[in-house]
Design a protein around this ligand. Structure first.
Ligand code: C5P
Length: 228
């Protein structure tokens, strides 16, 4: 099932304290952004990549793409204030290019091709499918450091990206969110507001988002394990 992918890459990465875009940090001498792009570059079902970037970083990113022979990037629209705005900029540029769109954080370089395949399949059949893993820890709702409730872990999933949608559904959800000035933390929230069922596809625990310094250590360990 062919799809296009939208990669928001226009964050500032404050929590990483890198002093610049965290996606330029390297794991095994290769920028995180390139690790992520290579997964899609190598997937024959990926028909194109739209990358949301900060305008002042467009040139340096283009140089990285050339150096690492990334050929599938079709557009680099300017990202926005929030991640949702960055994704929307890409959707507006790419909505007529494919019937299926995957949105994936550029900061998640370890996504497995098998999970991408399952997501694309499920979303093309049903409309919407997102990656997640089951919660492993005991989960409690806490207010002011006091426990209000222990939540049934069986029903809790930790949600990741990619999030895959039939294009018309995602476009409708984005437009509605814009009209309502609703800001979500992922695309699924926008689709859930339309009362459209969103399926969760089991992903892997190593599909971590490079957010803080500790994640880089984990990233190096994941790469080492995969190369053994
Ligand atoms: O900050 P966080 O890691 O949660 O961001 C997730 C992804 O969204 C990153 O790849 C980041 O570059 C991107 N992003 C963006 N535009 C923003 C904020 C984040 O493209 N305004």
């Amino acid at each position: 099932m062919n799809y296009i992918v939208v990669l928001p890459a226009a964050g500032s990465g404050k929590r990483m304290r890198a002093g610049h875009n965290k996606l330029f940090l390297t794991l095994r001498n290769k920028p995180i952004l390139i690790h992520t792009l290579e997964v899609f570059e190598q997937d024959p079902n990926c028909a194109g990549i739209w990358l949301a970037v900060k305008p002042e970083e467009r040139m340096i990113i283009q140089e990285m793409l050339d150096e690492h022979h990334i050929t599938k990037v079709k557009g680099m629209p300017a990202g926005g204030e929030e991640r949702q705005h960055s994704v929307y900029a890409c959707i507006q540029a790419a909505e007529h290019e494919a019937d299926l769109i995957l949105v994936h954080d550029a900061a998640r370089p370890f996504i497995e091709p098998a999970v991408i395949k399952k997501l694309a399949q499920k979303a093309s059949e049903t409309g919407a499918a997102i990656a997640g893993v089951k919660a492993k820890d005991t989960m409690k709702r806490v207010h002011n450091h006091i426990i209000e409730e222990t939540v049934d872990r069986e029903q809790l999933w930790i949600i990741q990206t990619p999030q895959a949608f039939q294009t018309d559904i995602l476009v409708k959800a984005q437009k509605q969110a814009e009209q309502d000035e609703f800001l979500g933390t992922d695309e699924s929230m926008l689709v859930e507001r339309l009362n459209i069922p969103v399926h969760v596809v089991e992903s892997t625990y190593d599909n971590v988002k490079m957010t803080t310094q500790e994640d880089l250590l984990m990233g190096e360990a994941i790469l080492q394990k995969r190369q053994q």
